[in-house]
Design a protein around this ligand. Sequence first.
Ligand code: ARG
Ligand code: GLU
Length: 721
Amino acid sequence: MIRFFTIVILWVFVVGRALAGEGMWIPILLEKYNIDEMQSKGFQLTAEDIFSLNQSSMKDAVMVFGGGCTGSMISAEGLLITNHHCGYSVIQSHSSVTNDYLKDGFWAYSKEEELVNPNLQVRFLKRMEDVTSRVLHGVSDDMARSHRANLIRRNMDKIVTEATEGTHYTASVESFYHGNQYFLFVNEVFRDVRLVGAPPSSIGKYGGDTDNWMWPRHSGDFALFRVYADSNNQPADYSPGNVPYQPAWHFPISTAGVKEGDFTMVFGYPGSTSQYVPSFHLQMLTETVYPALIDLRTAKLNIMNHYMDNDALVRIQYASKNASLSNAWKRWKGEIRGLGILDAVAVKQMFEADFTQWVEAHPERYNRYGNIIDLYRDTYESYIDYRLARDFMMELIGRRGLETIRFAGSFEKLFSMYGTENFTKEQIDAERDKLEIEINNHFKDFSLSIDREITPAAMHKYRKSVPQQFHGNIFKDIDAKYKGDVNAFMTNLFSTTIFTDENIVRQFNSSLSKRQLRQVQNDPALAFFRQLRDVYYNDILPGFNRLNQTLDSLNRLYMQGIMAFDSTRVFYPDANFTLRVAYGRVGGYLARDAVQYQYQTTLDGIFEKFATGNPDYAIPLRLQELYHQRDYGNYAVNGTVPVCFVATNHTTGGNSGSPVLNGRGELIGVNFDRAWEGVMSDLMFNPEQCRNISVDIRYALFIIDKFAGASYLLEELNLVP
Ligand code: ARG
Ligand code: GLU
């Protein structure tokens, strides 16, 4: 009965208008599609206030932070707020066992104390523009696929060149609605971004991986940085003479708090979603790909956790690696569950049946979209294996898989250069310099004990989960010389390779003697890397790419078809790491039978969890003091301090660090997660259960002021009651 009920609701929802909260909207189209609805839900400003091409607007305060997060400007002096987990690896890079900023937090008590980060950048959007007709100029439907792609690429290059010529801006053209629309984005990138403040992980990552992706949540997941510019307020490389950047907009901060039903809006960079995929895609993920990857990562994480629990250095070295592995691992589990509850495959199948009926009702439609579902079915039938093999291979060579073997592989380029006459001594030396950095990075955060266990465990799983057609010669020696015993093979590999010995590798890279070179050429780790690489490039990638191209064309056509089929609905495009607006309302949810969650957590909850004794709920002494003395200053609300809240905004990875705004465009929180019951929103949104999680800005202020004593920072903020 319940199932039937959900199907009916979703049915209305998938084919009907987007319901509360769903959608990641294009900022320059708000005026056309969204502003009326936003205002009816409590937004008190205009579309022009959010995004204007002529005057300063909120968009001037929003940025891409680092490689995959969002951040926002909160002062006229370049102060920015993002998530602790977005700054995590930067904070880690300044840390050591004796000076552990991850563990103890870091606060600059003056601008001089701020920490410089050579590899950190932020990117502001200057303008965007629909360039569809220029991108598709000369392109026709019946063109050969490669011809079409080349033409589009050339058109895009031209647009980008024109947009950036004579400026210091960067630009890109991005595809929307699966190649049915294109926008140009012109950006300004700042390269001097300094660390200002970060709470200890026991606040910023309070609840650790126990609470990750979960509500009720109590993390103070925020960190502060400052953007610096040259004396003309323009981007510059780090220099002690740089001055704080003066943004065209920074967000006022509301101290009024939130309540159930309040309008909220999230302005940021959602990375990637797949809302319009056919049922076969969901089947592939939930039945094949996710289960195999979950199984593999469970093994990796168990091994890491074991060594991290027993060694303080390893705990720091693997903190970031572990967090990034466990993050998607837990989300995949939630997605499988969430899609199951929605009966998502059946919902999609019903939609596809309806769509097919609509297509078949008209010869014209049939001409255009006929067979598309059958074509999808055929394509996915072969695609599944390639996708699994490719994802698995990424887990071996990247993603904290076979670390020594990957590291050995990074010397391949040097070998290939050395063997031919085509490279100058300068080029080879440049490559050796790069490898020097690679050596530093690899060994700084490396545990041989962990790698020696993960490597054979991962290869066992590869053999078990990935179809034989992708085994190549990977297991040839293992079978021939070790009777199929992966462990014995790897034990031998680890005892003979040079790539586990930092001194030898360093010495090799600096002297590069002929004799050594020959010896290293035959190193077993390098040999194994080559087996994997050959399978990846010869057996996996060509088929994977070919099928992806087929899927790309089908997706482009299907998207057109869906939009024509349901021509009154306003469709939002899948996320593609471009700036978007999501809006909804503050509100709790029914998590499971009889369990109704409220929308706000408080400091009291932090101490309830502390009492369980779980080490993920450790609390810094200073916070314990404040709690015991009820020393909450101005931040007390009903005898406690608000910590996090949930709302119905449609967000995804990349939205971390996004400003969460109230109806007046004031900052009320910083987005950092989604609730586990709703993480399938990347594939299918359920308005009943999909919630984004934000740290309440009042908690951040409380931590900065009362916990860290960095109250001087508050002086540059624009606090509004
Ligand atoms: N789940 C959030 C995201 O996808 C937060 C991850 C960091 N926090 C953690 N406890 N691992 O990035
Ligand atoms: N923590 C995620 C991020 O890094 C946001 C959570 C989500 O996927 O919605 O972007």
